[in-house]
Design a protein around this ligand. Structure first.
Ligand SMILES: [Zn+2]
Length: 250
């Protein structure tokens, strides 16, 4: 669904990318760095309200750069080579490469696999993952705000993980409590209320409580908690909810 709001965002992105390209052509110093592609860049292009959004070289978003930063700094740890990763909605190319390289059992998946040009795509409905104790890492960025019943999906993710396994979840956030959409809410209402027509809820910081309710231990890794100079230089944004399935359930 194309709306005036989205068209405006796209236009802003286009103009901002043009400015960056002109700066690079003029030899402006590449004082920023993209953790997703490893390139030095003159800046990140604007998208919507975020002035430092996309990498001009690889399109990586602030959250994609944050996850790469956390892995590079060993704050987040990838599973061992014999481990398994389930990567939902694998639109972040740098993470597809990292995850695929890290483990022998890499499963890129989506409800509609045809949307992704990633080798070996699987069709998985998060409402019915149908895997038990298979995965060591579950990764989903901006996915949970689309699922009909997030409590159920979180329990499905919990069941699909090995004990000690982790889910790294990123969702769009506001600073108010989570608001679930009403059944039968129109696409137009959802766009107005939650910022996108296919978002069925808007999460707040209490997303962590919902993850805990499924049995996980939760740690929140915020871009804003990283050293300020690095946040700016690397254009980091958003936060990762790191959910760990306990080794033994008491
Ligand atoms: Zn990049």
């Amino acid at each position: 669904m194309i709306t005036a709001h989205r068209a405006l965002k796209a236009a802003g992105k286009y103009v901002s990318r043009g400015i960056l390209a002109a700066k690079a052509a003029l030899g402006v110093r590449a004082g920023r760095h993209c953790t997703a592609c490893g390139r030095d860049v003159v800046g990140f292009f604007r998208y919507g309200d975020c002035a430092d959004w996309g990498c001009p070289a690889c399109q990586a978003s602030p959250r994609e750069r944050l996850v790469n930063y956390l892995i590079d700094g060993a704050i987040l740890t990838l599973p061992a080579e014999d481990g398994a990763i389930l990567h939902m909605a694998p639109g972040e190319a740098s993470l597809v490469t990292r995850f695929r390289t890290a483990v022998c059992d890499y499963v890129p998946a989506d409800l509609d696999p045809s949307r992704y040009a990633v080798a070996g795509m699987h069709r998985i409905d998060l409402m019915d993952i149908d895997e038990r104790g298979r995965f060591d890492l579950f990764y989903a960025s901006h996915v949970m705000e689309h699922v009909p019943d997030d409590a159920h999906v979180l329990r499905e993710i919990f069941a699909a993980l090995n004990p000690g396994g982790e889910a790294w979840l990123i969702v769009p956030l506001w600073d108010k409590p989570t608001e679930d959409g009403r059944p039968g809410m129109s696409a137009r209402e959802r766009e107005k209320r939650f910022g996108q027509w296919d978002h069925v809820r808007q999460y707040g910081p209490d997303f962590a409580d919902r993850i805990r309710a499924a049995g996980f231990d939760v740690e929140v890794l915020r871009a804003s908690d990283q050293p300020a100079s690095e946040v700016i230089r690397l254009g980091l944004g958003e936060m990762v909810f790191r959910a760990r399935k306990p080794l033994a359930r008491g």
